[in-house]
Design a protein around this ligand. Structure first.
Ligand code: FES
Ligand SMILES: [Fe+2]
Length: 338
């Protein structure tokens, strides 16, 4: 397999070669090298009550996890029984211990093995291996994230972008959930999101709201932040991308979270979670008609998916003024894939 390199100097750099998107080997490699090493959005902390089961990146990592609060501290535990592997908690519930519904093994809310029927005489038992594994869990502005084996802390993944964003810290309610299925590689979907270069060409409606001239992109270690301003110079939207697949879009009404989930090298599901803070502003500005913008984006991304299969296309070059976010994303892919 080829080793990818993307020149740090955007003026010299070439985009990722098309084989990255087309070869199923890279798709599989991305699961362990990229997705197991990064942070995944779970939900708002306010949505968690009692014992709260979830799946870490469904379809990709498929890791069953259990959010458990004990002594005021929230933990992310493995939701798999250490006896014969049954899922422990199938639905959110309130309980003061965790009991497996298969053969009655019990664990504390901290994940510590407590008891097991019919195990008298079993040697070297229990050991630490009988406790539930705890995974890294982090909270940013009330958004919860977990990871299997993160390359760095969530604060580093979010980076200095956090200091630019004030929205999202207040009361946010999950108002809608929606899934889009896109016939394209997950990275093509992300790299389209990472540049505002296409706005005047692809998003006629949005282009009337967001001023192309002042649109800005800043990159950090694992994140990037795009800011769109309206004609009066007021911030219309902040678009925060956390590598490799999380988009937090801050609008005057609240936050739209997009989770990009790879399905196959040519299929992706994008989950849209709408968190509303101020309902009165829902119909205004850059965050008003997200469905239309999404349809326009999907059409170009699916067109690129068909285009990169061409034997005449292998890679492209970057605009130094408009594609810093895409260049940064490709550099991170090259770094993680190694
Ligand atoms: S699988 Fe849980 S007690 Fe047997
Ligand atoms: Fe777009």
């Amino acid at each position: 397999m080829a080793h990818f390199e993307v020149d740090p100097d955007i003026r010299r750099a070439k985009t990722l070669p098309s084989e990255f998107y087309l070869d199923p080997e890279y798709f599989d490699l991305s699961k362990e090298k990229i997705f197991a090493r990064s942070w995944h959005f779970l939900c708002r902390e306010s949505e968690v009550e009692g014992l709260f089961p979830a799946t870490l990146l469904p379809g990709v990592l498929d890791e069953p996890v259990l959010l458990s609060r004990a002594g005021g501290e929230l933990r992310c535990l493995s939701n798999v029984c250490t006896h014969r592997g049954k899922i422990l908690v199938e639905e959110a519930c309130n309980a003061n211990l965790i009991r497996c519904g298969y053969h009655g093994r019990r664990f504390s809310l901290e994940g510590k093995f407590l008891s097991m029927p019919e195990f008298d005489g079993v040697e070297n038992f229990p050991t630490e291996a009988d406790d539930l594994k705890q995974m890294p869990l982090a909270n940013w502005n009330g958004f919860l994230f977990a990871s299997i084996d993160p390359k760095d802390g969530l604060d580093v993944f979010v980076g200095d972008a956090a200091s630019r964003i004030t929205a999202g810290s207040g009361e946010l309610k999950l108002a809608a959930k929606r899934e889009y299925r896109v016939n394209a590689h997950w990275a093509l979907y992300c790299e389209n999101y990472l540049e505002g270069f296409h706005i005047p060409y692809v998003h006629k409606g949005l282009n009337e709201i967001v001023d192309y001239g002042t649109y800005s992109t800043e990159t950090f270690r694992f994140s990037s932040l795009q800011t769109g301003y309206d004609a009066d110079g007021k911030i219309a939207a902040h678009y925060l991308f956390i590598f490799p697949n999380l988009m937090f879009n801050f609008y005057p009404w609240g936050v739209s979270v997009n989770v990009v989930r790879p399905v196959s090298p040519s299929e992706t599901v994008v989950e849209f979670l709408t968190y509303v803070g101020d309902e009165s502003k829902l119909d205004q500005g850059a965050g008003a008609d997200l469905h239309t913008v999404e349809m326009e984006d999907e059409a170009v991304v699916e067109s690129v998916q068909r285009g990169i299969r061409s034997r005449f296309y292998s890679h492209g070059r970057y605009s130094p003024t408009r594609e810093q976010g895409t260049h940064h994303f490709h550099r991170l892919i090259a770094e993680f894939i190694g």
